[in-house]
Design a protein around this ligand. Structure first.
Ligand code: SAM
Length: 277
């Protein structure tokens, strides 16, 4: 009987190769002993390519000139979890403190700019758009930029089409009624909300020189995957895209502590916000 290799039996040199590949492609640090993670994330690529194992996939990555399979592997390793109004205290702080201030400060230009960096499938950017529509800002020039490394998630974000389980996560009933219509078994977001957001593929490790200035940047639940050097570079760059006094919002287990020269940490209600100096 032939001795078949299991999908997740990864030779140690291939494991190291994948760690380096994923770090260089997307900046994610894959710890040792995450074989199960590689197995679950890469299984469908191995299957689609009709090859036998992750070791075969490594051979292909080493020899192929095709950037597509390299991109697919990197994207498969990213976590795209997101939901509407994640960390509600952030939205409450925006509604009660940031927007009243901006209404005052920007009353001449009536222009507001927001950035959802690492936006995944769009719920973060669209939650902000729906909140802004409730704030009496008619006639203002408002743009929200949503960006992500993964073009796959951005395709979904652009479509604004969500499954029932995604709707069930965080979207208040009143906003569902107001901004969505049924589309088969899914829900389609209205054009008036979709028009407020523009999505673009951007790798946070690249240059942000041409971006901004923004009044607020969400960069939530992505920095946890990066090492300190990458995080430092990203925080420095985000700071340069913010107006002075602009806000940076991070995920619940992330912080900009140690970057006091760039940001002042403020607690607003239940939210931690980092204010650009
Ligand atoms: C867990 S989701 C967070 C989504 C949203 N910000 C939230 O908090 O709900 C992380 C997102 O970061 C993106 N990502 C990972 N590495 C990235 C990079 N180097 N540049 C830009 N986006 C990246 C992933 O594709 C994924 O969609």
């Amino acid at each position: 009987m032939q001795n078949e290799e299991r999908l997740g039996d990864i030779h140690p040199e291939n494991y190291r190769f994948l760690q380096e590949h994923i770090y260089s492609q997307v900046g994610i640090v894959l710890e040792d002993n995450k074989h199960y993670l590689l197995e679950s994330r890469l299984a469908s690529i191995v299957k689609t390519l009709g090859i036998g194992s992750i070791n075969d996939l490594c051979k292909l990555l080493r020899t192929s000139r095709d950037p597509e399979v390299k991109r697919q592997v990197a994207e498969a390793m990213t976590t795209n979890e997101t939901y509407f109004f994640r960390d509600p205290a952030h939205y409450e702080a925006i509604r009660t403190v940031l927007l009243p201030r901006l209404k005052e400060e920007r009353r001449d230009t009536q222009t507001l700019r927001f950035w959802s960096a690492a936006s995944s499938t769009g719920q973060e950017a669209y939650s902000l758009a729906m909140l802004l529509l409730e704030q009496g800002l008619e006639g203002w020039n408002i743009k929200i930029l949503g960006t992500d490394f993964s073009s796959q998630v951005l395709e979904r974000a652009n479509a604004g089409l969500y499954q029932q389980v995604e709707i069930n996560r965080g979207l208040p009933d009143a906003l569902l009624k107001k901004h969505f219509r049924p589309s088969g078994v899914d829900w389609q977001l209205s054009d008036s909300v979709r028009r407020m957001v523009e999505f673009q593929t951007i790798d946070l490790r690249g240059s942000m020189r041409a971006m901004g200035p923004f009044d607020l940047v969400f960069c939530r639940n992505v920095m946890i995957y990066f090492d300190n050097k990458t995080k430092k570079n990203i925080l420095n760059q985000i700071h340069s895209t913010l107006f002075r006094g602009g806000w940076l919002l991070l995920g619940g287990s992330e912080s900009a502590l140690g970057f006091d020269e760039l940001f002042e940490r403020q607690i607003i209600g239940g939210a931690t916000v980092y204010v650009a100096r």
